[in-house]
Every structure is written in structure tokens, then in C-alpha cells.
Design a binder for this molecule. Structure first.
Ligand code: COA
Length: 218
């Protein structure tokens, strides 16, 4: 088998998380182009805004360019003490969205934060839950996280439902300037103890050993 030289140099390209029909991997540039078009086709109705920065308002072709620059930026700024792993999500092989997990000073803090989106056609089928479970399994079972944090605006019931059904606890409320309107975000936290307290869907993790140093989890 031909050696994947890029994945040897940058082992995060060799990381694979699988949970039922869902697979997560670092997107290559062709994946980014497809994800940019998927996002441009719509993540939420125009009257809603689930994100802290209103990045989904930009119009094509600037939208797609900003999208791929954001992903390239995460890669180029990567450091073991501050990283954002922005993973492509496939369901039954099709690209459906992005699941991010990020950390600052993970070696010391052992806290991972998550964020995600799916194309509108792919929402409400349980994918959001499985992709969150996949990165939680990475963080808790393979990297030794002690807590995972998340958050969602109070008017985002789907995101809040995913967190709550996985056992996150409320962790305070903060106020954002959302497109000029003061809007409350529910902060959420899941401890390692709460993660281990109940049975979880099985997650297969491939390639993590070679990524440990990059993730500050050697
Ligand atoms: C948030 C998101 C990733 C969740 O993914 P998903 O595949 O839709 O989520 P799931 O199907 O796994 O679960 C959604 C849950 O929300 C619940 N839900 C959805 N809409 C709801 C509503 N209006 N009121 C109450 N619950 C609702 C569903 O019933 C489901 O819970 P259940 O499995 O207990 O029935 C996805 O909806 C999305 O991309 N939304 C737009 C972007 C976004 O909000 N990103 C997160 C920013 S914090």
C-alpha cells in the first residue's frame, strides 16, 4: 500500500473516529470544498443564528473562501498547547458536516470544548449525537480529559438536547452580542465521571497514538 506521506508528516490526517454509520476525519482540501458548498446550501433558517460569529451570513463565493480559510487557519495555528481539531463528518460515506473539538493547555487543564454543524438536510437523524459521542470518546477514553464543555444559545433546542441527553450539566449562562441583540448562551459541562456513569455507543478510534504529542496528551 502506498504510504500516505502527508499523514506521516501530519498524523492528524491518519486519525479516524467511527461510531455506527458516522465517521470523522481531518478534511483534505477536496473535502473542504465539498463542505464549503454544503454549508453554503444552508445550516439554519435565515431567521436563526446558532453561531457566536455570524459566519453563515456571507454570500458565495466569499462564503466558500472564508470557510476554507477558517479550516486552513486552524491547521496553520496548531500548537500542542492550543489547538482546534475541525473534523469532517461522514454518514454512510457522505459528507454531512463538521464536528470540532478544541483545547487550551490540555496537558495541564484536561478540558476539551466542542462545537458542530450539519447541513440542514442531514439534521434530526441522530447524527449530531453520534458525532459528539465520537469526539467525547476521543477526549475521555483516549486523551484523558477530565471534563468536556459546550454551549448553545437558549433558542437552539437541538444542540441543547444533544448535550443534555449525553449527561452534560448546566454550567451557567453568559450573554453575547448576537447580531446586535443581547442573547443568552447556556454553558454546559460533562465530567469524566458522568461520561463513565452510563453505557455509551461504541466508538472505534484509529491513529491516535501518533497524534498524542500534537494534542498535548503525550
Ligand atoms: C445541533 C446539531 C449539530 C444537532 O445535530 P442533529 O443531528 O440535528 O441532532 P440529533 O438528531 O442527534 O439530536 C437532536 C435532538 O434535538 C431534539 N430537538 C430538535 N429540535 C427540537 C425542538 N425544537 N425542541 C426540542 N427538541 C428538539 C431532537 O428531538 C433530538 O433529541 P432526541 O434524540 O432526544 O429526540 C444540528 O441540529 C445542527 O447542525 N444545527 C445547526 C447548527 C448548530 O446549531 N450548531 C451548534 C451550535 S451550538
Amino acid at each position: 500500500m502506498a504510504m500516505d506521506r502527508l499523514a506521516q508528516i501530519w498524523p492528524l490526517f491518519g486519525l479516524r473516529l467511527r461510531c455506527g454509520p458516522v465517521e470523522l476525519h481531518l478534511p483534505r482540501d477536496d473535502d473542504l470544498a465539498a463542505l464549503a458548498d454544503l454549508a453554503a446550501a444552508g445550516i439554519h433558517p435565515p431567521e436563526q443564528m446558532p453561531f457566536y460569529a455570524a459566519w453563515t451570513r456571507e454570500q458565495p463565493p466569499g462564503f466558500q473562501r472564508s470557510f476554507i480559510r477558517h479550516h486552513w487557519g486552524s491547521r496553520s495555528r496548531w500548537a500542542p498547547d492550543q489547538w482546534s481539531l475541525d473534523l469532517a463528518v461522514r454518514r454512510d460515506g457522505d459528507l454531512v458536516g463538521v464536528q470540532s473539538v478544541e483545547a487550551r493547555a490540555f496537558a495541564v487543564r484536561r478540558v476539551a470544548d466542542t462545537g458542530s454543524w450539519l447541513g440542514m438536510a442531514h439534521q434530526g437523524r441522530g447524527t449530531g449525537t453520534l458525532m459528539r459521542v465520537a469526539v467525547l470518546a476521543l477526549a475521555f477514553d483516549h486523551l484523558g480529559a477530565r471534563a468536556a464543555t459546550s454551549g448553545a444559545f437558549l433558542d437552539n433546542p437541538a444542540s441543547l438536547a444533544v448535550s443534555r441527553k449525553l449527561g452534560y450539566r448546566d454550567n451557567g449562562v453568559i450573554v453575547h452580542d448576537r447580531e446586535g441583540v443581547a442573547t443568552r448562551e447556556q454553558l454546559l459541562v460533562l465530567s469524566a465521571e458522568d461520561w463513565r456513569a452510563v453505557a455509551r455507543p461504541a466508538v472505534e478510534v484509529e491513529g491516535v497514538e501518533d497524534c498524542r504529542a500534537l494534542l498535548g496528551a503525550a
